[in-house]
Ligand binder design. Structure first.
Ligand SMILES: [Zn+2]
Length: 367
């Protein structure tokens, strides 16, 4: 750029330099091996790296159970009310004590008389947290978002006979921090920004806090025997897909995963689109990984990735930005001879969940 051109500019923004830095510094831990042994070693090492980056190990050690036997304590699981949203399904409201300072309200949907495989169904943005995923339509604004995004996948899984836990993610629903609290339209808001602001200077992250909450829940279910977690599965759309991806990457107790609307290259989707919610941004993450690398940590568990053709969150190159990440994940599944365990489900339209995938064999007991 000539000096004359430079002087004509109205703004001198950071993006060009950041793109250069991303190219120079980004995803140094990308898998470059050729054998399944190399892949397994890479996965083991990089899970540790990822746990460290998101602050998970620091959270666990700082908030370790203070009294022996705490994991088993029945007092951590408080059932508040039981409603039948429709014939054949029981909906329990549960307040789960994550640790002595943290509480996680959840809906538990149980098909009557049937305790089949357990799913965690995670909520993304703009749905009022667990309400939309569990299909609770008492608030007009939430009901509209359920229809708009097809958000009630938790309820739909329960209708298929699965037991489904729909937690409020941190910053959503009943877990909103002060700045996002309120009724009516405010129920759709979240406090990810506030949580991120509190977490990052401590070397933590929103993603790490989310994974921590769900791992503590799994610890409790495992210790108490309340539900069989031997086939624990996760599903989530958008920010719920983000939670599914990262939790499944760091916790091998997750045995299958469905990620809808959250798999794309970081450069297009989170660097060029740099105004996305703060929960997406983890210090140090891009230095080590692109998103497909994190997906490759899931191999060989059954994994369904759902992408919509016109999802604006894919970035300016659309599905091209998704296919590149899928290639990274496919390489891992292929090396493990588990190609059939990976499905890329491409659907028309913008950013929303498509129900059809709920019938995939990979998600059911047939898978
Ligand atoms: Zn967020």
């Amino acid at each position: 750029m000539s000096m004359a051109d430079r002087s004509k500019r109205k703004y001198y923004d950071s993006l060009p330099g950041m793109l250069h830095l991303y190219k120079k510094l980004g995803h140094v831990d990308h898998f470059t091996g050729y054998s399944v042994e190399e892949l397994r070693e890479w996965q083991e090492n990089e899970r540790k790296v990822l746990r460290n980056i998101i602050g998970l190990d620091r959270l666990y050690s700082a908030l370790d159970d203070e009294a022996s036997g705490y994991s088993y304590s029945p007092d951590r699981w408080k059932e508040m009310e039981i409603v039948s949203p429709e014939k054949g399904i029981i909906r329990k409201k549960v307040i789960f004590e994550v640790d002595k300072y943290t509480f996680m309200p959840m809906y538990v949907l149980e098909p009557e008389g049937n305790f089949s495989r357990l799913y965690y169904a995670f909520a993304g943005h703009q749905g009022g947290g667990k309400e939309s995923v569990a299909g609770v339509r008492e608030i007009k604004e939430i009901s509209e978002k359920i229809d708009f995004f097809n958000y009630d996948y938790g309820l739909k899984l329960a209708r298929k006979g699965f037991t489904v836990i729909c937690p409020d993610p941190r910053g959503f629903g009943e877990r909103r921090d002060a700045s996002a609290q309120g009724d009516n339209a405010a129920v759709l808001s979240c406090s990810c920004r506030n949580i991120s602001n509190m977490a990052i200077p401590l070397g933590l992250s929103v993603i790490g806090l989310l994974a921590y909450d769900y791992m503590r829940l799994t610890d409790y279910l495992e210790a108490s025997g309340k539900y069989d977690i031997s086939e624990l599965s996760c599903i989530g759309f958008s920010g719920g897909g983000m939670q599914t991806l990262f939790l499944s990457a760091v916790d091998r107790r997750i045995k299958r995963a469905l990620i809808s609307g959250y798999m794309y290259g970081v450069k297009d989707a989170l660097l060029l689109l740099n105004n996305n919610c703060n929960c997406n941004y983890v210090p140090g993450l891009w230095e080590h990984f692109d998103m497909g690398d994190i997906g490759a940590l899931l191999a060989p568990i059954p994994l369904v990735i759902q992408s919509c053709r016109d999802d604006h969150l894919n970035g300016e190159r659309g599905l091209e930005n998704v296919y590149e990440q899928l290639e990274i994940i496919k390489k891992a599944y292929k090396l493990m001879k588990a190609e059939k365990m990976l499905i890329h489900d491409i659907r028309p339209g913008g950013h929303h969940f498509h129900d059809e995938i709920l019938t995939a064999d990979l998600l059911s007991d047939k898978g």
